[in-house]
Design a protein around this ligand. Structure first.
Ligand code: HEM
Length: 500
């Protein structure tokens, strides 16, 4: 002991001992207080039921395996609910995660976001997203960035974009469907959604550069749900590498645009894209954004903007092929929209947001698709205080995950839940039971854009093509890669239809 105190004198001057002792005493007392608080609560209330498993690993492997198919995760969640009840906990890459009962638990999470919990991304995912991007921000900083970006995704913005999206959809069908008898895999929908968001974000047109970063985006996305091993050959390593490539490409486009702005030669189309705004229009506090901020937010907008709606469109095409009456209903609706335009003398080729609002049945088909196979199952929030929820104690620092996995398949909210039935959308679901877009302050920023671009796609598709599954007996499952989509072996035979 004496020697350690004398050792201390090498580091600290004798006069600072009283301060040092006070700091140590406060630290020890604080630690004892926190630990005793933990046990005080624990003695009174139990932790949510569940297994912790091995340190760090816990249920990581079985959770990742379940996540690789769309049905796998539904069955895994059901198994936990059968075993532990609707509130349960598990350990995922070192984090204690609690899934609450639904719909009350989802409401509890969203309504308390910013007070007792805030958004949280496990560090391997955080490292892929980056510290500047909108999904990882909390509190006032998040509000500032959302307020800035929302003007690109609100209803007014949609009215401005729809013409460009319409043009893009037509080009897509000419380039990727016209003259084809068979399409292998349904992932051409990603080409459409990717080019649509690239156009909006940075006026990047289809071509070799876009094809190149699309591949990198696939590699990036695969890193979101895999073992976070950053060694050559592992998925996570490839994802981080892809992130560096994407940021480099986006950085090059940024530099090029900055030069064009300085030389006053930005094209008319580019003047209204998101990149131009981020470079020239300051945030709500009058500050221009830094380059890392711009690059990471563009990366996030591109990935959230295409993989979600691309996968959804592919699954919708599958369900339409499986249900010929659904194709007929959609076609009827789309034809009646054209008919109305013809009668009112408006340009048939020029879709408007009123036309989008009239696509009710078509939208119900998409809603039913993402009820059965939500692209994302939930995201995490971290508790910033100790919590009590329905008789359980949830310590500060644990993760809560909102989830659509029990309510989307609960017959109490969705009758005959495993059946694909767009007619169920004639009535609205109960609050917090249908959550394909998340909720609370971090709810999906681009859902209106996703909705509009998917409806424009189906509008052109059904009027020009009919399609059937090459293997009509194929009955799933879909995969998660990590977002839900159809596997490559789901191919279609295509027939061009003659407009009547
Ligand atoms: C079918 C289409 C889509 C689905 C199912 C979907 C789903 C989601 C979900 C579940 C979240 C997380 C919400 C939360 O944590 O509470 C999210 C966030 C987000 N989405 Fe979407 N999304 C779609 C399309 C889009 C599109 C087209 C964009 C446009 C670029 C977009 C941009 C974003 C952004 C920026 C966030 C983060 C928002 C924030 O943290 O404040 N999404 N989305």
């Amino acid at each position: 002991m004496a020697s350690s105190w004398s050792g201390l004198s090498f580091v600290f001057a004798k006069e600072s001992y009283p301060t040092l002792i006070t700091v140590l005493a406060v630290t020890v007392l604080w630690t004892l207080w926190s630990v005793s608080g933990y046990f005080r609560h624990r003695n009174r209330l139990p932790l949510p039921p569940g297994r912790s498993g091995l340190p760090f690993i816990g249920q990581t492997v079985e959770y990742l395996v379940a996540m690789s198919t769309a049905d796998g995760i539904r069955q895994w969640v059901q198994k936990q609910v059968d075993k532990h009840g609707p509130i349960f906990r598990f350990r995922f890459i070192g984090y204690q995660v609690v899934i609450l009962d639904q719909p009350e638990g989802n409401k509890f999470i969203f309504q308390n976001e910013g007070t007792s919990n805030h958004i949280f991304w496990p560090s391997p995912i955080f490292n892929l997203i980056g510290s500047h991007a909108v999904p990882v921000q909390t509190g006032e900083r998040h509000k500032l960035i959302r307020r800035y970006l929302i003007k690109y995704f609100d209803h007014n913005a949609m009215s401005r974009y729809i013409r460009g999206v319409n043009r893009n959809a037509k080009r897509h069908f000419t380039n990727h469907w016209q003259g084809k008898e068979q399409l292998v895999g349904l992932n051409m929908t990603n080409l459409y959604t990717f080019s649509t968001i690239c156009d909006l974000a940075m006026s990047l047109e289809e071509g070799p550069l876009m094809d190149k970063i699309l591949e990198d985006f696939h590699a990036w996305a695969k890193g979101l749900f895999c073992l976070p091993i950053n060694l050559p050959g592992f998925q996570y390593y490839k994802a981080l590498k892809a992130r560096r490539v994407i940021l480099e490409v986006v950085g090059g486009l940024l530099e090029q645009r900055r030069k064009e702005i300085a030389e006053d030669r930005v094209s008319e189309a580019s003047q209204t894209d998101i990149l131009n705004s981020l470079l020239t229009v300051p945030d709500g506090e009058g500050n221009l954004f830094s380059d890392p901020f711009i690059k990471e937010n563009l990366l996030v907008l591109l990935i959230t903007g295409f993989d979600t709606s691309g996968g959804t469109l592919a699954m919708t095409l599958y369900f339409i092929a499986k249900n010929p009456h659904v194709y007929e209903e959609i076609l009827k609706e789309q034809k009646s929209i054209l008919e109305r335009k013809r009668e009112s003398g408006t340009d048939e080729n020029d879709l408007t947001m009123e036309d989008i609002s009239a696509m009710k049945y078509t939208w119900n088909v998409i809603q039913e698709t993402i009820r059965l196979h939500p692209v994302l199952l939930g995201t995490y929030r971290k508790t910033v205080t100790d919590l009590e929820y329905k008789g359980y104690y949830i310590p500060k620092g644990w993760l809560l995950s909102w989830s659509n996995q029990h309510s989307h398949y609960n017959p109490e909210y969705f009758k005959d839940p495993l059946k694909f039935d767009p007619s169920r959308w004639e009535t609205r679901p109960a609050p917090f039971t249908y959550l394909p877009f998340g909720g609370g302050p971090h709810t999906c920023l681009g859902n209106e854009f996703g909705k509009m671009s998917m409806l424009v796609y189906i509008h052109h598709l059904v009027q020009n093509y009919s399609w059937s599954l090459v293997d009509p007996n194929y009955d799933g499952p879909f995969i998660r890669d990590p977002l839900a989509r159809t596997p490559d072996r789901v191919s279609i035979n295509v027939k061009q239809v003659v407009a009547s």
